[in-house]
Design a protein around this ligand. Structure first.
Ligand SMILES: [Fe+2]
Length: 287
């Protein structure tokens, strides 16, 4: 069994400090095995915002795996945006924008969907790259095949049922097909500041499913009609996932919902298991 805290869209320094402090206290009172952060650590990629978000993540008593969101690359310094968009990420958060973490039950793989440029006026949407998915496939195929496979990426693969018009990540269909083939059981994302779960139907004889779990903003004051919230996930080796939604009620964190869902069980397959040794796990924020 692996316990994961899923945070998203922190948006330092546009945060409620009471929420931040209470979140730190409750995570540290019951630390998980891993904290997965699905992007937008900052509001405008300012240095002081990176400093605050990095300090917050380092104050948590668990390993952190984080991926960038569209807010984490600067709009204010176009030279840096195009030439070295992750310079501040590397300095304040992690050397890696696509880290991997694993234990005996799960493998968690980060994918960076933020883009320094996309065709059209809105550069915030994000996209999966063809070469990126190819590289991802190679990395996943090198993992031990018995691990439950989890992806962390900022942009949503599916809109909320109540707002189907909301934009999703570019090349979502291609990414979903790739994830299905690789038997990904769980995708953790954010960006929309809305909390919902989409069960992606997989046409397979064994009735397995892929859960797409979208988190609201954990700490930002930029709310979209929902309270601040985050997830506590428990993943069983069988592929059963308990999703507990912890929401801020204005005074404290409370469990808003808890639901148990069966996800795709990653079973031994014909894929090569090249990385049988316990390679050092790469974590997001360095302590
Ligand atoms: Fe975002």
């Amino acid at each position: 069994m692996t316990r994961i805290v899923h945070l998203s869209d922190l948006h330092f320094d546009r945060v409620d400090q009471r929420v931040v402090q209470a979140l730190r206290d409750e995570i540290n009172a019951d630390p998980p095995d891993l904290i997965a952060v699905s992007g937008d650590l900052t509001q405008r990629a300012h240095r002081h915002e990176y400093r605050s978000s990095g300090a917050f993540l380092r104050s948590l008593n668990a390993p952190v795996l984080a991926v960038p969101g569209n807010h984490d690359i600067t709009y204010l310094n176009m030279l840096e945006r195009f030439l070295d968009p992750y310079r501040r990420w590397r300095r304040f958060v992690s050397r890696d924008v696509e880290p991997i973490w694993r234990d005996d039950t799960v493998a968690v793989v980060g994918l960076n969907t933020a883009r320094r440029f996309t065709f059209g006026l809105d550069w915030s949407k994000g996209r999966y790259g063809v070469g990126q998915l190819r590289k991802f496939r190679r990395r996943v195929q090198e993992l031990p095949p018995n691990l439950f496979r989890i992806v962390v990426a900022h942009h949503p693969l599916h809109p909320p049922e109540t707002e189907p018009e909301l934009a999703i990540v570019g090349r979502a269909e291609r990414a979903l097909a790739c994830f299905q083939k690789l038997r990904i059981g769980l995708v953790l994302s954010g960006h929309l500041h809305r909390d919902y779960v989409h069960t992606h139907a997989v046409e397979a004889e064994d009735d397995t499913r892929m859960l797409i779990v979208q988190a609201s903003t954990a700490t930002s004051t930029r709310l979209r009609g929902e309270p601040n919230a985050y997830h506590r996930l428990t993943v069983e080796p069988s592929g059963q996932v308990l999703i507990e939604v912890r929401a801020w009620d204005g005074e404290r964190w409370r469990t808003a919902r808890a639901r148990e869902q069966g996800a795709r069980l990653t079973r031994p397959s014909a894929e090569p298991a090249a990385a049988e040794s316990r390679a050092p796990a790469s974590t997001g924020a360095e302590a």
